[in-house]
Design a protein around this ligand. Structure first.
Ligand SMILES: Cc1cc2nc3c(=O)[nH]c(=O)nc-3n(C[C@H](O)[C@H](O)[C@H](O)COP(=O)(O)OP(=O)(O)OC[C@H]3O[C@@H](n4cnc5c(N)ncnc54)[C@H](O)[C@@H]3O)c2cc1C
Length: 418
């Protein structure tokens, strides 16, 4: 187990500087254009692939870094460049992690390379869980997967929504219910291979922020996938379902046990969320830091009443608060990320804490940045306007701020989390 450290080692600093160079030289200059176009920035993803930033190897290396600081460092630097473009680059990772954590070695080896493609022909992947009537309340998911034993195929029907890379992905990972009576315990994840008939893109959403990232509905109409596309395999699923049915028979809910319940720490889904949320926190830290740096520079150079505006305590104190919040957010993110990698139990939902604080920080700091830039901050001439729009996503996806508070409070109190 690695000791918790608040400093990057020399190797990490080198990687950080390399990522920062890409964020500053390639991502940031392209940000305004792709925000306006509201399209996936394929050429930027390709550039990232060419130098090794868009690749499974790179993320796996950071993911398994025992200090836990690898992934937060990558997210902070890329999202410092631009949140929409960065999400287009790291969005595939969401689906890849779904396969890495639930898939067999064979599934990992077959599907993850197809998610990324190669530098001359880049591909993206999508993770499809949310539905029109199942956002925060994932257990109420309606998409069904039914096993056709004669053909050893699964037949999937349903509508997914808000899917990052939905419909344009080469590989879709779809979460579906195989036994609705069991709530989230009856869910399973499936690979939908490239060009599978029945999977289509529904409406593409026009969004407030992160507009370079493609978000769309995914329609599944009698989608048939081979039995081998069930992540983890049928035997494992059958065992899991049998355990859940037994619990239900004994009078339990059969549904996900909460992080704060009698089965605290045993719930794999909750543990996965706690481990993935700090990464979103790190994205928020990147956006907040970008806006803060612009505001600080502006406050030092913009003169009113014959002196730089930072000479006014009203402006200087805002910057002091912005920086304090950003550093506090980063520390929470690093702590949770270190805990995740080193298998520490999240007894106070520290992963959710980091996501909650960092995402609220990004919203607040980007709003303060607009205020400090005055009229300029309100225009698209300056990037803080875009950063403020982008920051609004962090308190919504991967669990809203209200859901983070609910998870933290219930974990602390030992109440069940449904
Ligand atoms: C740009 C974008 C990209 C996304 N990417 C993906 C993706 O790739 N894959 C995917 O599966 N999903 C994705 N999502 C979906 C995202 O995770 C959901 O939007 C999110 O979980 C919230 O669900 P909802 O939008 O249905 O809101 P709802 O659950 O309807 O919530 C609405 C409001 O009610 C509040 N609320 C709900 N329940 C409670 C409660 N019990 N207590 C207090 N308040 C509550 C919420 O906090 C929120 O403020 C994405 C969303 C967006 C906007």
């Amino acid at each position: 187990m690695a000791e918790f450290t608040m400093e990057l080692n020399d190797e990490q600093k080198e990687v950080r500087d390399w990522l920062h160079g890409f964020a500053a030289d390639v991502i940031r200059p392209a940000a305004a254009e792709w925000d306006e176009r509201e399209e996936t920035p394929w050429p930027v993803i390709q550039e990232a692939a060419k130098i090794g930033i868009y690749s499974l190897d790179f993320y796996a290396q950071q993911y398994f870094d025992p200090t836990g600081l690898g992934i937060p460092m990558v997210m902070e630097e890329l999202f410092w460049g631009d949140a929409g473009i960065a999400l287009s680059i790291v969005g595939t990772g969401l689906a890849a992690v779904g396969v890495l954590t639930n898939g067999t070695d064979e599934q990992i080896g077959t599907w993850i390379p197809q998610m990324y493609g190669d530098p001359n022909d880049v591909k993206v992947a999508a993770f499809c869980s949310s539905e029109p009537d199942a956002g925060s309340d994932v257990a109420s998911m309606r998409t069904r997967a039914v096993y056709d034993e004669a053909k050893d195929e699964w037949v999937i029907n349903g509508t997914k929504t808000w899917v990052t890379n939905g419909g344009i992905a080469n590989v879709h990972v779809v979460v579906a219910s195989v036994d609705p009576e069991l709530g989230s315990r009856g869910h399973a994840s499936f690979i939908v291979p490239p060009n599978t008939p029945g999977l289509s893109q529904g409406q593409k959403f026009k969004k407030h922020g992160i507009r370079a990232s493609h978000t769309a509905e995914v329609i599944l109409d009698n989608v048939r996938v081979p039995g081998s596309c069930l992540l983890g395999g049928k035997e494992k699923l059958d065992e899991r379902l049998a355990r859940a049915r037994e619990r239900l028979r004994k009078g339990g809910t059969g549904s996900s046990s909460p992080a704060g319940s009698r089965e605290r720490g045993k719930n794999a889904a909750m543990a996965t969320f706690e481990a993935s949320r700090p990464a979103v926190g790190a994205m928020a830290v990147g956006t907040a830091r970008a806006a803060y740096e612009i505001a600080l520079d502006y406050a030092k150079t913009r003169e009113q009443f014959g002196r730089p505006i930072i000479d006014n305590q009203g402006v200087a104190f805002q910057l002091a608060d912005m920086r304090t919040r950003i550093d506090a957010a980063r520390l929470l993110v690093w702590r949770a990320s270190w805990m995740a990698v080193n298998g520490k139990p999240f007894t106070a939902a520290e992963g959710s804490m980091s996501k909650l604080f960092a995402s609220e920080t990004a919203k607040k700091v980007t709003a303060q940045a607009i205020q400090i830039l005055g009229g300029n901050g309100y225009t698209r001439e300056y990037p803080v306007e875009r950063m403020h729009r982008d920051a609004a996503i962090y308190t919504i996806f991967e669990g809203t701020s209200e859901i983070q508070r609910l998870v933290i409070a219930r974990t602390l109190s030992g109440m069940p989390i449904r």
